[in-house]
Design a protein around this ligand. Structure first.
Ligand code: ADP
Ligand code: ZN
Ligand code: MG
Length: 475
């Protein structure tokens, strides 16, 4: 970026996980056959009356309170008017000048430094339908998404690099999933992000004119789109041009952002108060109850993992990356009585397996008690650590119990000193010149003897016992 600095502010839309839509009783569900989850209310037929879904407000409040925002006792809905085929009503119900929540912040850690990103506002709105552009140039519309409850989280322009934007989105995604208010799936569009970005010369106080980039369907996509747009804007300014307010569409495959339209101003939307809905009233007891009932938040949980279980912060952060993983770890720590080892198993093997199988902790096939049982086999030296990892892999592959795998597939470790000594003697006999070198001072050959002994027992010798025996035989 050289002499330039970028300024980034994000508008994030999150679909809330309510049973029904925002203002009608249609199911709020993704993936149903097109145009099957609709009714006169969400299709905007004449004479309809919307009614606010209480669960929508409650979930939005959880999110607002979790980021330290103020939930206002009174707010209202407005109509945002625009004309597009996926908006049959001709307007979107949103909140304009009196959002239900303002303030709050998201704490980031990017490349080792910490930064707090202020949130300007969080407001309630409804989703529009979905246009699908066909190969033959025509467009078809699915109205199932009309009226799906959304929160829009508007940040202050506090980010200055694409990496910070990525960290912010990761944090929002973790939080909405943690709170169970949104599944955070950017590919399916349940979490979406419009990115506002401008550049200015280093040292200049005033920000540049911002453009808005839309249509990214992954966090990486947002990061790439921002990098692209920052580069483009610098190019324009360097070439003596000026940046105009406009909206660009990110093209994932070409990795370029194409201008879509001049950026609308709020005047273009002719906002006015929604006459069919009463104002949103949140008695303070309600907000207090939600605040009190909030689950322990990721950061608090991470800090507690450090203090209570003596984990390194980096480890605690990985374990608190997702609530289900944090719960699994904590149950395993209790069941096994060995939090640090439990942390190693979850951070290492459990997360690796989840990634390999592309599955969720909720559907992880090994129960906490089976994994604790496996840890215990290592503790009592019936299994070596590497043997236990192999048993875990077999458990996943076969769905069988650890006991039956250990017994039937011969992973059990042997601590039988006589058996191991026999093998150790054979090894020493097989490498007489190494033994001579060892005895004349090349002590680092010891590892070689242990390795050969382990190999000869197919990894089943208890390495501690094998070392003791070799020490004795070589002295
Ligand atoms: P409005 O949509 O009412 O015009 P703004 O454009 O001020 O509101 O803000 C919309 C988003 O753009 C916010 O997330 C804000 O942080 C961001 N933003 C505002 N000004 C800039 C700027 N100069 N550069 C980058 N982002 C900006
Ligand atoms: Zn409906
Ligand atoms: Mg909006």
């Amino acid at each position: 970026m050289g002499e330039y600095e970028a300024v980034i502010g994000l508008e994030v839309h999150a679909q809330l996980m309510t049973e029904t839509k925002a203002f009608c009783t249609c199911p709020n569900r993704y993936g149903a056959p097109p145009n099957t989850l609709v009714c006169p209310v969400c299709l905007g037929m004449p004479g309809i009356l919307p009614v606010l879904n209480r669960a929508m407000l409650e979930q939005a409040m959880k999110l607002a309170l979790a980021v330290g925002a103020t939930v206002h006792p009174r707010s209202k809905f407005d109509r945002k008017n625009y004309f597009y085929p996926d908006l049959p009503k001709g307007y979107q119900i949103s909140q304009y000048d009196e959002p239900f929540s303002t303030g709050g912040s998201i704490e980031l850690k990017v490349d080792g430094h910490r930064k707090s990103i202020r949130i300007r506002r969080i407001h309630l709105e409804e989703d529009a339908g979905k246009s699908m552009h066909q190969a033959d140039g025509s467009t078809i519309v699915d109205m199932n998404r009309c009226g799906v409850p959304l929160v829009e989280i508007v940040s202050e322009p506090d980010m200055s690099t694409p990496a910070e934007a990525r960290a912010y989105l990761n944090e929002i995604r973790r939080l909405v999933r943690w709170l169970d208010v949104c599944d955070g799936n950017m590919e399916e569009g349940s979490l979406r992000c419009d990115a506002n970005v401008s550049v200015h010369r280093k040292g200049s106080e005033a920000f540049g004119i911002a453009t808005e980039v839309k249509n990214m369907n992954s966090i990486r996509g947002v990061e790439r789109a921002l990098a692209y747009e920052i580069e483009r804007q610098i190019g324009v300014v360097e070439g003596g041009g000026t940046i105009t307010r406009q909206t660009l569409l990110w093209d994932e495959t070409e990795e370029i952002a194409r201008p879509m339209r001049r950026k609308e101003s709020s005047d273009d939307y002719r906002y006015f108060p929604e006459p069919d809905l009463v104002e949103v009233v949140v008695p303070s007891e309600w907000a207090e109850r939600i605040s009190r009932d909030l689950v322990e938040l990721p950061r608090a949980r991470c800090m507690r993992f450090c203090q209570e279980y003596g984990l390194a912060e980096a480890t605690a952060e990985v374990l608190a990356g997702e609530r289900g993983v944090a719960d699994y770890f904590e149950a395993l720590a209790k069941e096994s009585g060995d939090p640090r080892r439990a942390a190693n198993w979850v951070q290492g093997d459990v997360l690796r397996i989840l990634k390999e199988r592309n599955c969720d902790i909720a559907s992880f096939p090994v129960s906490v008690s089976d994994l604790a049982g496996l840890m215990n086999e290592v503790e009592t030296a019936r299994l070596s650590l590497s043997g236990a990892k192999k048993v875990l892999d077999r458990m996943i592959e076969t769905g069988r119990s650890p006991e039956s795998i250990i017994e039937q597939e011969g992973f059990a470790q042997t601590s039988d000193a006589r058996e191991i000594e026999e093998v150790a003697r054979e090894i020493l006999a097989k490498f007489p010149s190494e033994v001579i070198k060892y005895k004349s001072g090349k002590k680092n050959l010891f590892g070689f003897f242990v390795g050969e002994t382990m190999k000869a027992t197919k990894g089943q010798a208890n390495p501690k016992v094998a070392s003791e025996i070799l020490q004795r035989l070589l002295s």
